[in-house]
Design a protein around this ligand. Sequence first.
Ligand code: ADP
Ligand code: ASP
Ligand code: MG
Length: 403
Amino acid sequence: MSLIVQKFGGSSVRDAQRIKNVAGIIAETYLEGNDVIVVLSAQGDTTDDLIEKAQEINPKASRREMDMLLSTGEQISVALCAMALESMGLPCVSLAAWQVGIKTTGAHSQARIRKIDSERIRSELDQKRIVLVTGFQGINRQGDVTTLGRGGSDTSAVALAAAFHADLCQIYTDVDGVYTTDPRLVPNARKLDEITYDEMLELASLGAQVLHNRSVELAKKYHINMEVVSSLERKPGTKIKEVVKMEKTSIAGVAKDTSIATIALKGLEHAPGVAFQVFNMLSKNGINVDIILQSFGNVDDAKEISFTVSRKDLDDAVKLLTENRQQLRFKELETDDKIGKVSIVGAGLLSNHGMAAKMFEALYNAGINIQMINTSEIKLSVLVHEDDVNKAVKAVHARFFDE
Ligand code: ADP
Ligand code: ASP
Ligand code: MG
């Protein structure tokens, strides 16, 4: 007997038919003699629809009230799926994250799981019940509902797998595994049988929507046996593990992210501490910065610092920087939200310089201008105009996988 955590995403529980299909998968796992904890996302586009409803009433609604609203989607899914299991005569119970005791940090809309109480779930499992838990949410120290960021149900599943020492955490979705790039954009993308935690973490962080990046971080930390599988077809998916069998000759995949924007600070004083002040202020105000480029401007002895932020943080960042212009010692601020990031990820990237040249050549041949470049041990990202992002993914993917 094993303990298995099964997570089903929004499209897998889209309507009654899909919920019955999911109940069938859960039933099969349970009837094989396993303990099963199920994590569900909101049905179909429910979360987007709820956001739209909020926008109609108050586009500046507080994050606390947004969390109250968005967390309801998952509650519908677990209740409906429990009903489907009940109709099959299977013992089950649906629980909202606050009933379980999924404790998070306080930051509404981007909370992190701190700890999961085990008593309630343990006692339900001991009574041989299938436990269905709402994904994407928890409660903070004030007892208020929090959410974990878009796509966060994957993280709920892995956190539960870690808390209960599950033998396996299965992420069921609408594709049959992790591909070398989004198969909806590049139909001949290849399915990976396995991928390392590190590569998957980079792909997820760089925009591959198939897994929430934090879920991979947790899976690596707690050595969770994790796989991405299709809820619609029975076939092997992709295993995410510490080490993969084959010696890699190419990259693992290509990812894109169009949810970013750049900010350029111009005419900055060329003195120690300038960069520290800017980035310290941003970080203290909860604004994450990704790629940073510093260069000398044309004017006097001044320098320029350009960096990327999440597009949703752009207005807050600009307001903060502009209000503190004197103190931060810059003359002008420019923004660009018509950009996107295209990245390649692979364990051997840094030790294989040919990879970077190959990527740049593919972009050059496609006539795409690179605005910024960023590298790390296992990834290489470029910023390009937003309109060029899909073309860039296709060109780079073809260069690495079709030739
Ligand atoms: P769920 O609702 O099940 O959580 P998501 O929509 O969050 O599903 O993630 C699945 C989607 O991720 C796929 O439909 C696919 O279009 C997209 N995707 C992006 N990059 C990849 C990739 N490298 N491999 C597989 N799917 C990817
Ligand atoms: N329903 C949430 C979202 O759409 C969480 C998830 O699907 O993982 O972001
Ligand atoms: Mg998802």
